[in-house]
Design a protein around this ligand. Sequence first.
Ligand SMILES: Cc1ncc(COP(=O)(O)O)c(C=O)c1O
Length: 457
Amino acid sequence: MYENMSEEEARRRILECVGEYCDKFHNRKKEFEPGDRITYASRVYDRSEMTNLVDSALEFWLTAGRYTDQFEKSFANYLGVRFCSLVNSGSSANLLAFMTLTSPLLGEKRVLPGDEVITVAAGFPTTVAPIIQYGAIPVFVDVTIPEYNIDVSKLEDALSDKTRAVMVAHTLGNPFDLRAVKAFCEKHGLWLIEDNCDALGSRYEMEDGWHYTGTVGDIGTSSFYPPHHMTMGEGGAVYTDNPILNKIARSLRDWGRDCVCPSGKDNLCGHRFDGQYGELPFGYDHKYVYSHFGYNLKATDMQAAVGCAQLEKFPGFVEKRKKNFKHLYDGLKDKASAKGYDIEDKLILPKASEHSDPSWFGFMMTCREGVSRKEVVEKIENAGIQTRALFAGNLTKHPCFDEMRELGKGFRIVGDLHNTDKIMERSFWVGVYPGMTDEMLDYMSTTIVDSLPVASD
Ligand SMILES: Cc1ncc(COP(=O)(O)O)c(C=O)c1O
């Protein structure tokens, strides 16, 4: 088949075939019919993701390579930050971001075991896991409803002479109060890690103008797991404007090494054999000098290749998420009022935080007293609509906390977690992903309104 072709021609031919295959066998959209399963999230892609993936496979570099380089640059450019490191998941991104703060290169400001990090329990476990794994102490404060984000009025109460950082997520795309959290961190000399895994494309207006979430604190993290705002299958990113934090993150991501040459490249600085490091012999090969106890958290170039294609579509994804959110919101309000009641009497609807422009990950609802979440969720799920809880609900109630709860050490709770518990007991969410159609959203609002108890129930 390829006898008379150059490698480039052969590759082009293969990629054309892959494109045609994708058009024919993927994304064949069937008209939505009421009762069809509506998942809370789904990948949105076309031939460009698949041809990029195969292009990278044909190159067979496999580890981080040219697509990784391209992705890191384009992603940083999109966010308006200087540095981005691609990693293999959002959880790895959180691990890397947190461990970056523990580097001896940060001197007095480094986080040490036993130091405290302010966070919330209403969220995803791997925002908190790295803090505990390192032997630092998570300090949990409550969240607000209907924003589902950290209650900033509790920050000062949570502060102790051990506090070194705040590490929290922007819940389901809704930015937390970055003005208050940033001011608190600046006032007390604390680091701020924004877990941006569920909020890519969300924006927040600081005193000096609009910023993407994930870029206001010292480090931001993203996840590219399939349900997220964009995907590479598995994948994540750590980003920062701070050159020292970037240097540390790169070192920790890549085995803890000191050298910054990319995989497969040697001696780019011209000083591979003329440095003095630790107590090593003078001129020891810099490629194998370790300034940290690191990991290997790199993603493959195939993941990055998919990410490059997704990034091109990304601004459109964000717009569609916002549009879908509004469509669902208006539908719920209108359909309930057509039935003669205010939906907010039965369900608390989500609310964008002040100064924010969310790129919604999901549509969160909390059942009022007298409305059973179990019954509502059962009815909605039985009608084909997939629902989700706010991840862990109250993380401190999980089996992974059993030992610490029993011993009464390893974490602190400031005040009570009243709203966190309420979310665990009464909240659920549905999706607004960009592949949803108005017909699906209309069906969702009708179904949700129909699943609520009528006055005589
Ligand atoms: C807020 C938040 N942080 C971190 C993660 C972890 O991302 P990953 O699944 O890519 O490890 C998730 C996962 O959904 C998440 O929702």
